[in-house]
Design a protein around this ligand. Structure first.
Ligand code: PEP
Ligand code: MG
Length: 327
């Protein structure tokens, strides 16, 4: 099976009806970046920049950050990379940051990600400066994690705007273009899309955190691992609403949580209009094979029917459908 998927590296993910699906990888370490080549992925849809901070004993200096981001962009070549700003705090504690997260009762819902980075102003500023300096004349794509309200996006983007102005003032070459996006992983943001969408270039749905918040169920709790399903009606209805709203506003939408790397989940996502997935590199072959054997209008019709049904979990129906349709 593995060899079969590896041999698909050069095959494009085009569905039976001719839809080109964008398949990207999630990455975080320098070595992950070469998986773009080995898998034939379209780029990096989620680059977890906090990995560099987590593997370091001290706060990475600006020069180190610049070198690292430059390397990533060099290895990625002409394939796009979306850098997610630092998502530490909570359970991903950084001892050298005097992280209050260690004392938190609910670290996943605590002082983490963009909340911490904005309060710790220097952190966001240094990262913005580094990302901007690492991309002279290139496309820079940035997204912010754990945005709960549109104003948090404004605040984070303002840091980049300020740093961009400074960079230009110093006579340094800016990126050729900057695209700003938001991770939708806090449910409250889904009710603010009419306000948020006109501000952003793209949305990436982080289904790992989103699911834990929708079900109020710790994503790492072994006793809860089997209890709630990504193919539950609640999740799929929620995602369907968000995806449709993004499409209606003409805003690029993708999924970057782990669910996109699983076949039935990916099938369901294609059925609600998702055309971009960022997944673990090991799943690219499997999802590519799923895409090329799927007739999208047919799964869209099936999903419309399932989303209206009172069936609490779509998995059994989707399994049956996949088998009947040779997916
Ligand atoms: C997510 O929450 O779905 C996500 C992709 O980000 P992370 O797993 O790094 O929290
Ligand atoms: Mg997350």
């Amino acid at each position: 099976q593995k060899a079969k998927f590896a041999s698909m590296r050069n095959i494009e993910p085009i569905s039976i009806d001719g839809t080109r699906i964008n398949l990207m990888i999630n990455a975080g370490l320098r070595d992950d970046v070469s998986s773009i080549t080995t898998t034939g992925a379209d780029g990096i849809g989620l680059f977890r920049t906090e990995f560099q901070f987590l593997v370091s004993a001290t706060l990475p200096r600006r020069e180190q950050q610049i070198r690292f981001y430059r390397d990533v962009l060099d290895v990625a070549g002409n394939k796009p990379v979306i850098f997610r700003t630092i998502d530490v705090g909570g359970d991903k504690a950084l001892p050298y940051l005097q992280n209050r997260g260690q004392d938190e009762e609910n670290p996943a819902m605590g002082w983490r990600a963009v909340r911490l980075a904005l309060d710790h102003g220097g952190l966001m500023k240094a990262q913005a400066q580094s990302l901007l300096e690492a991309s002279p004349g290139k496309l820079l794509q940035v997204m912010f994690p754990m945005i709960a309200e549109p104003w948090e996006f404004d605040e984070a983007k303002q840091v980049f705007d300020d740093q961009l102005a400074l960079l230009k003032k110093r006579g340094k070459q800016p990126p050729s273009k900057i695209r700003y996006g938001v991770m939708l992983e806090v449910p409250a943001l889904a009710d603010m899309l009419d306000i948020l969408l006109p501000k952003v270039d793209f949305i990436s749905i982080g289904t790992n955190d989103l699911t834990q918040f929708l079900f109020a169920a710790d994503r790492a709790h072994p006793r809860l691992a089997e209890r709630y399903d990504w193919l539950s009606l609640a999740i799929m209805r929620f995602l369907n609403r968000v995806v449709k709203e993004c499409i209606a506003h003409d805003v690029d939408v993708s999924i970057c949580g782990e669910m996109g790397g699983r076949r039935l989940e990916a099938l369901a996502l294609l059925g609600i209009g998702v055309r971009k997935l960022s997944i673990t590199p090991a799943a690219i072959g499997s999802i590519k094979s799923l895409v090329i054997s799927t007739d999208i209008p047919k799964i869209e019709a099936k999903m419309q029917e399932l989303l209206k049904s009172p069936c609490p979990n779509l998995r059994p129906e989707l399994e049956k459908w996949a088998e009947e349709h040779g997916v």
